[in-house]
Design a binder for this molecule. Structure first.
Ligand code: ADP
Ligand code: ASP
Ligand code: MG
Length: 596
């Protein structure tokens, strides 16, 4: 007898008719001889409605009471679902997060799951009941109701599947799978038959709202196979599982985070440890930051830019105002009219010219790139919000994500669509469960040092559409493989671009840099004594404390960080070559308890 977790999102339980349809799906699974746990969301747009009620009363409602309020949406659905199942003749029992024993930390609206006790669910399942669990909620040590963050029912579902060692976790939603990008924005997007945990985690974290990114962290950590499919049809859907060999394509999908906010802290004292203190404030407030770029230092001061999600912008404003005083910076600026367009793919680690292709695509449709940040499996460009959809479409098209696979390509990836029945045992799960103190604790796979890098910084380039495309065209002409790229716009609309290349490219990159400087009348700096330190794992960007601990560990052993790249599976920093080994040693010690 298999155990299956089925999750139904808001649209899939929007009215009683749909609740009945979901109930019938669960019964069908039970009639096939399986035990079934259902996880349900609030009906339709109920969570939005509850939030708007609170906002009618107050701009910044108390966070404990907001969680109390929002959790009621799911409570309505579980009861109705149990009623629907019983009316269809099947035994059922509904549980809130607290009743099911989902223990979380006390971070209201973004609580992380610490533990799940499965006894009550097991007992009900053994009695032949379908168990219905409220998604998105838990309870802290003081029995306060907490919620996991918008879209968090996916995380409840995968976490329950992991805790119960379920054979499968089916996510029923209003699209029939994971697409190459949001099909509502780009209708020519294609459904993927299969996607790897790392790619899905990165896409979800960069804006692909089809899955809550933290659910994918769970899935990867505990080896849970996730099947995303439509609640309105029996189409095959998408399997999210371990890495897949993909047919030559460097990019598997594109994502848009439409509501981003850029913060620039101006005049930060250029002293070791200062930027670290700035980010510690954000880590403490559990506000994830992305696209961190540091501008050139003038008179001992630098400007530091980064992005946060607009949902966090109000709190971020308070945090940055306090930080500016504390670190003695000059002032800060906030731009709330930006969006982040990203492409993601495991294949880009092996191919040159991927970033250049993206910059070209944006340039050709006249979109100005305000910031660039790359990491091992993603490239992100910050653009004006009005340009967001144009930029997403252009990037999607540039990587031929809209082109149907050939029969041969399809059959190459189809073999792996089978769900491996022993995936749970294959996952790192058994080993992990005995080590983790909390189910959502961050997992580190290792610390790496690459001390064969050269850093190139181009200062004071004219900030206009096509700049990055032109610069990286010249680099590509020299057949130079580029690693980290960071572009930020500085004062007076002048842009800085920093990138790294392998040391063997020193000669050719020096020649290219000369050319670029001559044509733009800009100046440059080439540092051939740099090393890249990377921490690998999963969920590294959204576990806000991790990058901060990395910066702090390095600052404590007097290692200065110049360039930062962030993704969910890798945080990379550039340091002085002479400090690479000591940095690695200290990082290994710092993360010893989380490394598996
Ligand atoms: P649910 O309420 O079922 O959790 P969501 O609205 O959270 O549903 O997620 C489904 C939506 O995610 C889709 O309707 C689609 O517009 C959006 N989406 C964003 N990116 C993607 C993608 N890459 N593939 C499929 N859907 C996506
Ligand atoms: N109801 C919650 C929300 O709308 C959780 C979820 O649907 O996943 O965010
Ligand atoms: Mg959702």
């Amino acid at each position: 007898m298999a155990l299956i977790v089925q999750k139904f999102g808001g649209t899939s339980v929007a009215d009683t008719k749909r609740i009945s349809a979901a109930a019938r799906r669960a019964i069908r699974e039970a009639h096939n001889g399986n035990q079934v746990v259902m996880v349900v969301s609030a009906m339709g747009k109920q969570t939005d409605h509850l939030i708007s009620l609170a906002k009618e009363l107050c701009d910044r409602p108390n966070t404990r009471e907001m969680d109390m309020l929002m959790s009621t949406g799911e409570q309505v659905t579980i009861a109705l679902m149990a009623i629907a199942l019983e009316s269809l003749g099947h035994k059922a029992v509904s549980f809130t997060g607290a009743q099911i024993g989902i223990r979380t930390d006390a971070t209201y609206s973004k609580a992380r799951i610490r533990s799940i006790s499965t006894d009550r669910m097991r007992k009900a399942l053994d009695e032949g009941k379908i168990v219905i669990a409220a998604g998105f909620q838990g309870v802290d040590d003081d029995f306060n109701i907490t919620t996991l963050g918008r879209g968090g029912s996916d995380t409840t579902a995968v976490a329950l599947a992991a805790a119960l060692k379920a054979d499968r976790c089916d996510i029923y939603t209003d699209v029939d799978g994971v697409y190459t990008t949001d099909p509502r924005i780009v209708p020519e997007a294609r459904r993927l038959e299969r996607i790897s945990y790392d790619e899905m985690l990165e896409l979800a974290s960069l804006g692909a709202g089809v899955m809550h990114s933290r659910s994918i962290e769970f899935a990867k950590k505990f080896g849970t196979i996730v099947h995303v499919r439509s609640s309105f049809s029996d189409n095959p859907g998408t399997i999210i599982g371990p890495d897949v060999e993909r047919v030559d394509a460097p990019v598997c999908g594109a994502a848009l985070a439409k509501d981003e906010t850029r913060i620039t802290v101006i005049g930060v004292p250029d002293e070791p440890g200062v930027a670290m203190r700035l980010f510690s404030k954000f880590a403490d407030a559990k506000i994830p930051t992305d696209m961190i770029a540091q501008n050139s230092s003038a008179k001992g001061r630098t400007d530091v830019s980064f992005t946060v999600q607009s949902d966090d912008a109000l709190r971020a404003r308070d945090v940055v105002a306090e930080a500016v005083k504390e670190i003695n910076a000059e002032r800060f600026e906030i731009d709330e009219n930006v969006a982040k367009v990203s492409v993601v793919g495991l294949g880009m680690t092996k191919q040159a010219g991927v970033a250049q292709k993206m910059f070209h695509a944006l340039s050709e449709c006249g979109v100005n790139i305000q910031m660039i940040a790359t990491s091992d499996i993603k490239i992100s460009a910050l653009v004006g919000r009005d340009d967001a959809v144009t930029a997403l479409r252009a990037a999607h098209r540039a990587f031929k994500l809209d082109v149907e696979l050939t029969e041969e390509e399809r059959s190459k990836s189809a073999g792996s669509v089978q769900i491996p029945s022993d995936s749970f045992e294959k996952g790192v799960s058994t080993h992990l469960i005995s080590h983790l103190t909390g189910m959502e604790d961050v997992v580190v796979e290792g610390v790496e040092l690459d001390d064969d890098q050269v850093r190139v910084t181009l200062y004071d380039l004219p900030d206009r559409p096509g700049l990055a495309a032109e610069v990286f065209d010249k680099v590509a002409e020299g057949r130079i493989i580029v690693d980290m790229i960071v572009q930020s716009v500085g004062r007076d609309s002048l842009a800085n671009i920093t990138f790294t290349v392998p040391r063997e490219e020193l000669e050719s990159v020096t020649a290219v840099t000369k050319q670029v400087c001559a044509s733009y009348e800009c100046h440059s700096e080439i540092d051939s004594r740099v090393a890249k330190l990377s921490v690998r794992g999963s969920g590294l960007r959204s576990h806000t404390g991790l990058a901060y601990r990395m910066f702090k560990t390095l600052s404590d052993c007097n290692v200065n960080v110049s360039v930062i790249s962030l993704s969910e599976r890798c945080v990379g920093v550039l340091v002085d070559k002479d400090h690479g080994a000591i940095g690695r040693e200290n990082l290994q010690r710092e993360f010893a308890n989380e490394t598996f």
